[in-house]
Design a protein around this ligand. Structure first.
Ligand code: ATP
Length: 326
């Protein structure tokens, strides 16, 4: 059953991720198609506290689907974590006449959404982070683009490593999760990959793999390190100590957060934005839109925050199988 709503807000919060704009566009367009007005809240929850907003229409979201970053800007708001900050945010929602808010971001953003919903504002969360480290959703917006960016960078590095017969140690983002490193390691044919989900033994997981690759005739080696598994500089020093090689270190850093989103992030982001508006319209606020086995599902925020997902360790077996022979 459709719930009578006139106006909703949309914001992006926490770290930016490519594809956030596709979500914003889908929210605005879907709302418009249902006769619901959409207000863009700028700079995350800070925008709700300060009343920093922009009225969204077809023009404000045209040609943003292909853009990285977020046109609504993003921020982290310490003030919003306080009762006082949340009250100010609720006052802004009331003043603007918002019947609901769609919050795009990570787990922290969902904790903020839960706080707001406890103050009586229906909020729907959409998972967006390049780290893919959100328990309730198998996929998070931005992950595919970040993987592709890292793969592109490593392919370029490989050209020069191959020419000079060198070892390269590349540190990729991911915080405490190894999704990015593992997927990228498989996609680039890395000699070794270190992830935080597996205890790190440099001799076993890196040095021995480099030796096997050398014995199989390889003269260049690509080692991918998840930032949560250790520092590329330290790993490089250990490789040098054990083998005499002089590895070159590259920390990919924030370039992984930028760039035009891939079709997967645009398409999934668009479906999630659509479902978020549908959820608010059917009176189903206080939920997170997530993916499960390729489908878009709707999970209660509190449940979503308590969920954990199993790391796909079977992919590590795949990696090992295809790298053991060098
Ligand atoms: P990323 O995955 O990029 O870190 P995130 O959404 O997890 O994204 P956070 O900085 O953890 O990023 O959270 C974003 C914002 O959500 C915070 O700056 C704060 O405004 C709000 N927030 C986080 N935790 C809470 C909380 N417990 N109560 C209220 N608001 C919160």
């Amino acid at each position: 059953m459709e719930h009578k709503i006139k106006r909703i807000g949309v914001l992006t919060s926490g770290g930016d991720a490519p594809g956030m704009n596709a979500v914003v566009r889908a929210v605005v367009r879907t709302a418009m198609s249902r006769g619901v007005e959409c207000i863009g809240i700028r700079r995350g929850y800070n925008g709700l506290i300060k009343g920093d907003f922009i009225r969204m229409d077809a023009g404000t979201v045209s040609h943003i689907i292909e853009k990285g970053g977020t046109v609504l800007y993003t921020a982290r708001s310490e003030e919003f974590k306080t009762e006082e900050g949340q009250k100010k945010a609720v006052d802004t929602c009331r003043l603007l006449g918002l019947d609901g808010v769609i919050a795009i971001g990570g787990d922290g953003t969902f904790r903020g959404a839960l706080a707001l919903s406890r103050h009586g504002i229906p909020v729907v969360g959409i998972p967006a982070t390049i780290d893919n480290d959100i328990g309730c959703s198998q996929y998070t917006i931005g992950f595919d683009t970040a993987c592709n960016t890292a793969v592109y960078a490593i392919d370029m590095l490989r050209d020069t490593m191959q020419s000079h017969e060198r070892c390269s140690v590349v540190e990729v983002m991911g915080r405490q999760a190894g999704y990015l490193a593992l997927y990228v390691g498989i996609a680039t044919g890395a000699t070794a990959v270190l992830i935080p989900e597996r205890s790190v033994d440099v001799e076993r997981d890196v040095v021995e793999k480099i030796r096997q690759a050398r014995l199989a005739g390889r003269t260049h080696f690509m080692v991918v390190v998840a930032e949560g598994a250790g520092s590329a500089m330290d790993i490089s020093a250990k490789i040098h100590e054990a083998t005499g090689l002089d590895p070159r270190v590259t920390v990919l850093g924030h370039i992984q957060r930028g760039g035009s989103p891939t079709s997967r992030d645009r398409e999934t982001g668009t479906r999630m934005g659509y479902e978020a508006v549908q959820a608010l319209m059917s009176g189903n606020g206080n939920c997170v839109i997530a993916t499960k086995d390729g489908k878009i599902v709707n999970i209660d925020i509190e449940e979503a925050l308590a969920m954990t997902k199993e790391f796909p360790m079977d992919r590590y077996d795949v990696l090992e199988a295809v790298t053991t022979n060098g």
